[in-house]
Design a binder for this molecule. Sequence first.
Ligand code: HGY
Ligand code: MN
Ligand code: MN
Length: 410
Amino acid sequence: MINKERVSKRLSELGEIGKNQETGGLTRHAFTKEDRLAKDLVAKYMKEAGLTVREDAVGNMIGRREGRNPQAPVVLTGSHIDTVCDGGKYDGSLGIIGALEVLQTFNEQGIETEHPIEVYAFNDEEGSRFSFSMFGSRGVIGDLKRKDLEMKDKNGITVAEAMKAQGFDPERISEADRSREAIKAFIELHIEQGKVLESHNLSVGIVSGIVNELWIKCTVQGEAGHAGATPMSMRHDALVAAAEMVQVVDREAKKTGTTVATVGRLSVLPGGINIIPGTVQFTLDLRDTSQEISDRVEAQIFKEFDRVCQERGVTLSTELLQRIPPAPCTEEFRQVAQKACPEAGVPYFSLPSGAGHDAMQMINICPIGMIFVRSKDGISHNPLEYSTLEDCADGINVLYHILLDIAVKA
Ligand code: HGY
Ligand code: MN
Ligand code: MN
């Protein structure tokens, strides 16, 4: 059926772009030379799959396969081309390579669909460079705002400047917007990035829904001072206060049993060995399958943060980076997937997604569906991220039957 060797070769080739030779991890951030190289390689694969290729105004690379009826609502699939810092070679890439494999196999089998199908290699899903995620898919749903273009990376370069440096015109981002177009569905193949499939000894799972995603930047303002001459009782140490807040995040998330919360970034200023920290910035990433639980935990965390500020004589200011609601996959998709799994020779198994995906944006303009492939030891966002070729092939075969089902008939 699908050509496993071609899948393996393409995953390996794409997995070399942005690779750190010491760690083996990939770093491919938006609007960088690695990003450009990866998209040019994917464009080559798209041409080999017989697709017409274009890059849209926000840097998404898109391959299109015509159907019998060019007016029929388009079926979208694909995933993101970018990676986190020192990430793995399956996160995002598998969804692109897998979708291209399905369409190339359709060609080789002479399969004609009613609906056109397009594969998206989305730009900047991870948000690793500019501290907000899903830039490319937000462009597709028409949700990018002026303030997004002004977000800066750690070198003070704005999104708009980074775009221009790669030949994009920030004033034209609205051209990527497809929110007024008839789109039948967006189906994304992705690695699970967790341990559920492995614990059930399954290669593939069908996603029931994706958790919400809340990102907030917190700034704790204390008082810098002399580490030797300032008695402990007279300090307003921003780092000790922030450390207590990090413990609050961990404790409050654990209480519900479903919430996950992470402080992924923390910086200390002025950062001298003999200076009491005056300012600490850290990020909060909070998620849950239930928006109501997530809201409740968020309120409790910030109530506790206020207590810490009172007790330690510091102040807290916050900047909302993003607030994305949970995204349920449709009942219709569940039924299609329930048929596709046995056709692909795998049992049907449903699970929620703890990770965020471009499908969370696409749900604003069309029904979504996601297929997960088992991650070895549940490892992801890590050079050790790995899925076997057999498991990848199972996931691609499920995608094949799902796309066949929704794209072939009118
Ligand atoms: O953060 C996430 O869950 C995804 O990897 N962007
Ligand atoms: Mn990721
Ligand atoms: Mn991903």
